[in-house]
Design a protein. Structure first.
Length: 257
């Protein structure tokens, strides 16, 4: 039957604007490499054209919400009684992403995902008890955040950026930035470090910045990158940290190496 005229007209109007936004913001271009996330971005842009200018953490949160959204089965017989509710599902994703960050991987063996779910379920709010297999089935079928590779028997997020965002949520909750500080010298960990600085409290931000400064002083080969990263984190902070620590970062950022 083809695409309705109204939809084509809307696409003609919004597509150039969307492409312009992506061209201006490198992190949007990185997200657009996944068809699933690109669809969610387009949907978000059509509903809220200013959304793509959100802070990265807020944008990721909006995309996660859209990729979690599913339509309830029309036939009550198709509903699974023993499943984690939406809130429990929303808390399971960070647990899985957190394990991936600690292991520095974008995918986990299916059995390991089940182990993470089994350890997390007892602490989650849910109206009906369920087992890890049932919970994983819900995560894989009631949304588009996770994808399963049946040949490799692994589970991954639809985009590594979403894994990073959700893993950072767990890091902020646990208050331990160790995976970040260990890998902070690598370019592919920059987003995770900055997202943590943007969302962490004073204690976590202090630990993060202190360790970045310590590593910068101890590792000349990584010093320029670590100092620049620490300085960028200062601009992301939503909390106060010790002025002495701020000065330590600023002084190193203006020094010549």
């Amino acid at each position: 039957m083809g695409t309705p005229r109204k939809a084509l007209e809307e696409r003609d109007v919004h597509e150039p604007r969307l492409l312009h936004e992506i061209a201006l913001r490198p992190h949007l271009a990185q997200l657009a490499t996944s068809d699933t996330v690109c669809d969610a971005m387009c949907s978000l842009f059509l509903d809220h054209p200013a959304a793509l200018a959100f802070r990265r953490g807020d944008l990721y949160g909006e995309l996660v919400t859209r990729l979690m959204t599913v339509t309830a089965p029309k036939d009550p017989a198709d509903r699974t009684e023993a499943t984690p509710g939406p809130l429990a599902q929303r808390l399971l994703y960070p647990a899985v992403a957190h394990r991936m960050l600690w292991q520095d991987t974008s995918a986990l063996a299916r059995q390991e995902v089940l182990d993470v779910i089994a350890k997390t379920l007892p602490s989650l709010p849910q109206t009906q008890p369920c087992n890890p297999e049932q919970a994983l089935t819900v995560l894989l079928t009631h949304g588009r955040l996770l994808q399963q590779d049946t040949d490799a028997d692994t589970v991954a997020f639809a985009h590594v950026g979403l894994r990073t965002y959700l893993g950072v949520e767990a890091i902020i909750s646990h208050g331990d930035p160790t995976p970040l500080t260990v890998n902070a010298h690598r370019d592919d960990w920059t987003d995770a470090v900055q997202l943590t600085a943007a969302g962490g409290d004073e204690r976590l931000s202090t630990r993060l910045l202190t360790e970045l400064v310590r590593r910068a002083d101890a590792e000349p080969e990584h010093r320029p990158h670590l100092v620049a990263l620490a300085a960028s984190c200062l601009d992301q902070l939503r909390c106060r940290v010790d002025p002495g620590l701020v000065q330590a970062v600023r002084s190193r950022a203006t020094a010549r190496y």
